[in-house]
Design a protein around this ligand. Structure first.
Ligand SMILES: [Zn+2]
Ligand SMILES: [Zn+2]
Length: 125
């Protein structure tokens, strides 16, 4: 009778896979899953790409918040004749906008993990 073949790492055929990469679905062993994306294993290549995407997303959000701040400030100046409260109000709106965007976009967590049983290379002195 045929039994399901055990899933093995694509790079290490003798090592049982921990799970597929969250993006390219290659089977990864613990050593190959060098990244974790929202709790799922992720290969070196995909993890690196996602990490950069995330950084881009963060700077994009920051730019948006800055634009929101300036826009609120401009609107506030027009409607309140630049009363001191306008600056504070704009800051509050910008912070709220930043929070709202973070919730909407849901920036995923990408973290480089240190696989068990693999000693990290010692830093050069
Ligand atoms: Zn991958
Ligand atoms: Zn492997």
């Amino acid at each position: 009778m045929d039994s399901e073949p055990a899933t093995h790492c694509v790079a290490h055929p003798d090592v049982e896979a921990r799970g597929p990469c969250a993006f390219c679905f290659k089977n990864l062993c613990d050593a190959c899953a060098s990244y974790e994306h929202d709790g799922s294993p992720c290969c070196e290549r995909c993890g690196h790409i996602k990490e950069e995407e995330r950084n881009d997303l963060s700077s994009g959000l920051l730019a948006l918040v800055a634009v929101g701040y300036l826009a609120t400030l401009a609107i506030g100046v027009v409607f309140t004749n630049a009363r001191p409260i306008t600056g504070g109000l704009a800051a509050v709106v910008a912070i709220a906008l930043g929070r709202a965007m973070q919730l909407l976009v849901h920036a995923p967590t990408v973290a480089r993990r240190t696989p068990a049983g693999v000693t990290p290379t010692a830093p050069r002195t």
